[in-house]
Design a protein around this ligand. Structure first.
Ligand code: MD3
Ligand code: FE
Length: 204
């Protein structure tokens, strides 16, 4: 389902079994040797989500990507599981895009967590200019998500992202402002949740 040009929502993309398997993989990664952490961003504020970057690490102080988590514990970034990469590549392809993700940001939302409205523009200018998409996978509790225009002053529209949904944002939609306004408790698929894991796949 195309929401706007380049903004494609693949509802119910993942089977219940896939959702459960992916949820368990996220959980294992989050509590593994390179654990999820709570980023502090520029200005010294803590984010409300837990984060684990795979492939490359997003540094919340410099807004750049790096091989080690120099803003936190210096640990090297784990690789993206092949199953994750394939899922993102196939979804991008079915939405009409080509991508080879080398970054996966795993965010964990408790029911209280939010993500303020922002633009994702820390990837290579060439990649962004080509309109290479970001692919987002929702697991667990649903989220109320808002998406606006490419400037902050344009109005936003609400979208609900449910467990198993995949959202592809590319082409003219790649630089749209967006955010997560609320997690909807008790909406997770059986065997996932509580809370929400969101995976965003990016090409640097
Ligand atoms: C629409 N995460 O990690 S993913 C993020 O649901 C992030 O956890 C949100 O924003 C979440 O940066 C949203 C979906 C997303 C990502 C990039 C977009 C939607 C987008 C870029 C343009 C338009
Ligand atoms: Fe984002």
């Amino acid at each position: 389902m195309q929401i706007e040009p380049g903004l494609v929502l693949l509802q119910g993309r993942l089977s219940r079994d896939d959702q459960r398997i992916l949820w368990e993989m996220c959980n294992a990664l989050a509590h593994g040797p390179v654990p999820m952490y709570t980023p502090t961003v520029r200005g010294g504020r803590k984010m409300s989500v837990g984060m684990l970057c795979l492939g490359k690490h997003w540094n919340g102080l410099t807004y750049t990507y790096e091989e080690r988590r120099t803003d936190f514990d210096g640990l090297p970034v784990p690789p993206i599981p092949e199953r994750f990469r394939e899922l993102a590549r196939d979804a991008a392809c079915d939405a009409g895009f080509e991508m080879s993700p080398d970054i996966c940001i795993m965010n964990y939302y408790t029911v209280e967590a939010r993500m303020g409205v922002h633009q994702d523009k820390d990837e290579r200018p060439e990649t962004i200019a080509r309109g290479v998409p970001i692919v987002s996978v929702t697991l667990g509790d649903a989220a109320r998500f808002v998406v606006g225009g490419v400037t902050r002053r344009e109005p936003t529209r609400p979208i609900v992202l449910r467990s198993g949904d995949v959202l592809v944002m590319g082409g003219p939609s790649r630089l749209r402002f967006h955010g997560v306004t609320r997690i909807l408790p008790g909406t997770a698929t059986e065997g996932t949740g509580p809370g929400r894991f969101n995976l965003t796949f990016r090409e640097w």
